[in-house]
Design a protein around this ligand. Structure first.
Ligand SMILES: Nc1ncnc2c1ncn2[C@@H]1O[C@H](COP(=O)(O)OP(=O)(O)OP(=O)(O)O)[C@@H](O)[C@H]1O
Ligand SMILES: [Mg+2]
Length: 201
């Protein structure tokens, strides 16, 4: 995939963490904790096939961040603003699926809200990296043995509860080794506190 112009140097340092999310509750718990750890200025890029759980994860992230509810899959509105309920950073939720690249993204003017918000971009890979010198990249994968998705939009209504493979990459000065390690511990704690306790590596 091509990069946004001037998006990032090729040799940047990437820290990485992966785990399995056994079910929807695990995804929600992890995302809620992630949201509680984020700060104004943070940029999160969500990658995963249709129906992987990007919007689902954003909903729990928003709950953890304590912003106004109502996070949905955008249809015509590509960027939605969810103000904080606790005088913290708001959430800017973007679905970049229909956007062609960095030039299209620039029409959303995300720069103007980036500094005081947490910006979460579904399908943002290769399109929004230029907005910040630091970012978290999240990859959500359905299991290889999961049933194929004939129509992911229909499936989203069926409330299927399945495992997901979660990969987190942290890039840039915001995520120094210590900060990333704290985040990782918090996320692992969230999964381990799951009632079912069926954590897999
Ligand atoms: N472990 C899980 N984690 C996340 N979602 C899950 C999980 N198991 C089942 N699901 C279901 O998968 C669906 C994910 O839909 P969602 O709209 O979040 O996907 P998406 O990645 O945003 O899709 P799109 O690419 O269309 O934006 C939801 O119906 C959710 O309930
Ligand atoms: Mg979505």
């Amino acid at each position: 995939m091509s990069r946004a112009p001037g998006a990032k140097p090729v040799n940047e340092h990437i820290q990485e963490f992966s785990c399995q999310l056994n079910d929807l509750a695990a995804t929600e718990a992890l995302a809620h904790t992630l949201g509680s750890q984020l700060k104004a200025g943070d940029l999160i890029i969500l990658t995963g096939a249709l129906g992987a759980g990007k919007t689902t994860m954003t909903q729990s992230l928003g709950a953890g961040l304590q912003v106004r509810e109502g996070i949905i899959s955008p249809t015509f509105v590509l960027a939605r603003q969810h103000p904080s309920l606790v005088n913290g950073p708001g959430l800017i939720h973007v679905d970049a699926y229909r956007l062609d690249g960095a030039n299209d993204v620039d029409t959303l003017d995300l720069e103007s809200t980036l500094a005081e918000s947490v910006t979460v971009v579904e399908w943002g890979h290769g399109k929004v990296e230029h907005l910040s010198d630091s970012r978290l990249e999240i990859l959500l994968d359905r299991e290889a043995h999961s049933a194929p998705v004939a129509n992911p939009w229909e499936e989203a209504d069926e409330e299927l509860d399945e495992p997901r493979q979660f990969t987190l990459k942290a890039i840039g000065p915001r995520w120094d080794t210590e900060t990333f390690s704290q985040l990782k511990d918090a996320l692992l704690g969230a999964i381990n506190e799951q009632p079912r306790g069926e954590k897999h590596d």
